[in-house]
Unconditional design. Structure first.
Length: 68
């Protein structure tokens, strides 16, 4: 599975990256993007709750990666 990440830097240059990974990793990346949007919209309580959940998910992904 892959996802294309894009962003615009401070100079206005658009950058794109293709990330290949398993489904759990791709979902995590998308949720991180959502969390960043929450912080950007000043929804700090919701963003911090999501951050804590994502930390647990990352831990799970790392544990699964060691079992391959």
């Amino acid at each position: 599975m892959e996802i294309i990440l894009s962003y615009t830097d401070n100079a206005g240059n658009k950058q794109e990256y293709v990330v290949n990974g398993n489904e759990l990793l791709i979902r995590l990346i998308r949720e991180i993007g959502y969390m960043i949007d929450l912080y950007g919209n000043k929804r700090y309580t919701q963003a911090e709750a999501l951050r804590d959940k994502l930390a647990e998910k990352l831990d799970d992904i790392m544990k699964l990666g060691n079992n391959n």
